[in-house]
Design a binder for this molecule. Structure first.
Ligand SMILES: [Zn+2]
Length: 319
């Protein structure tokens, strides 16, 4: 399985809360969806203000929906707009995957350079893409709320204003957050940081939030999940103390072990995670294969061997 396939799968399972709201209404094949989003289905443009002014609007909410107060029969149009936003989100996601793959290669290639302008730029690009993603999610959520009102029979006099105001209010809240709050829990950001870390450093990656410079406002941050989200990577089996072999990951606590070691341990009647200070349960059913981790361990091993070789070569030259 390719890395990007795996990454996509991780993302799909994690962004559920945004997508959930519309997913059950959106089961048509994409070709059909595309046909229905064509402009011909939208109401005739109004003579009034021709564009929303809140910046970056890819669809003409004002133009398409201003003509008359919104009522229930406009729900299909709103759903088309939401589909459009979801399609845009897919494209952003593909960009992020490409960016992450490139960053991994750059990190490998420039492993010995402490400061790498390409990587710094890649991280800025990634943050920007995540901001756009957040904005699309906000727009979808506001549209969804408006749609729900219409479906329950409420007629909206100035839907464009409500849309614009609510989107702006959510965006203001998002933009006020510190970088740690915005990015530390994001799976794509974690993957990016991890790819770079694995290529250049030895040992476990610290929580992602510690890799983001602190800003004013971080202190108010009492969200434990951020630390949990910045899952640390340890390539050694807590049972054998050797590098992981054919790793299995405990779905109760995300600790990983070598397959043979943990299977013996569980079969011997143990039911607590053997990692130090971890109190999670472990059982045959909580252990899942972890091909992504196996790949990282293999890469780590390869680099260790390269380093050892480089050390031998250096000592041959010097002495
Ligand atoms: Zn554990």
């Amino acid at each position: 399985m390719s890395r990007s396939t795996r990454r996509r799968r991780i993302n799909d399972s994690e962004d559920g809360d945004e997508d959930e709201a519309v997913s059950d209404q959106d089961v048509r094949p994409s070709s059909q969806r595309r046909r229905q989003t064509s402009r011909a289905d939208a109401p005739a443009p109004a003579a009034g203000p021709s564009r929303s002014t809140d910046g970056g609007d890819a669809f003409n909410f004002d133009v398409d929906l201003r003509p008359h107060p919104l009522s229930r029969d406009q729900v299909p149009n709103l759903k088309n707009l939401m589909t459009e936003l979801r399609n845009q989100d897919q494209n952003i996601r593909r960009c992020i995957e490409l960016l992450n793959d490139t960053a991994e290669q750059v990190a490998e290639a420039f492993r010995t350079h402490d400061e790498c302008a390409e990587l710094q730029q890649a991280e800025l690009d990634l943050r920007e893409l995540m901001d756009v993603q957040a904005e699309k999610a906000i727009r979808r959520r506001v549209l969804e709320e408006i749609t729900q009102d219409l479906q329950s029979g409420i007629s909206l006099d100035d839907p464009a204003k409500r849309y614009k105001d609510e989107v702006q209010a959510h965006l203001d809240t998002y933009n006020k957050q510190t970088s740690r709050r915005k990015y530390a829990k994001n799976t794509d950001f974690h993957n990016f940081k991890n790819a770079v870390w694995v290529a250049r450093e030895e040992g476990a990656m610290p929580p992602v939030r510690d890799l983001i410079p602190a800003e004013d406002g971080d202190e108010d941050d009492s969200d434990d999940e951020i630390v949990a989200g910045g899952q640390t990577q340890n390539f050694r089996c807590p049972l054998s103390a050797n590098l992981l072999e054919d790793p299995l990951t405990n779905s109760n606590c995300t600790h990983s072990y070598s397959r043979a070691a943990i299977q013996n341990y569980v079969e011997a009647g143990n039911n607590k995670c053997p990692a130090s200070a971890c109190t999670a349960a472990v059982s045959r059913s909580s252990l899942k294969p972890d091909p992504g981790l196996a790949k990282k361990v293999a890469a780590f091993k390869r680099r260790e061997e390269e380093r050892a070789l480089a050390r031998r070569q250096t000592s041959t030259i010097l002495y």
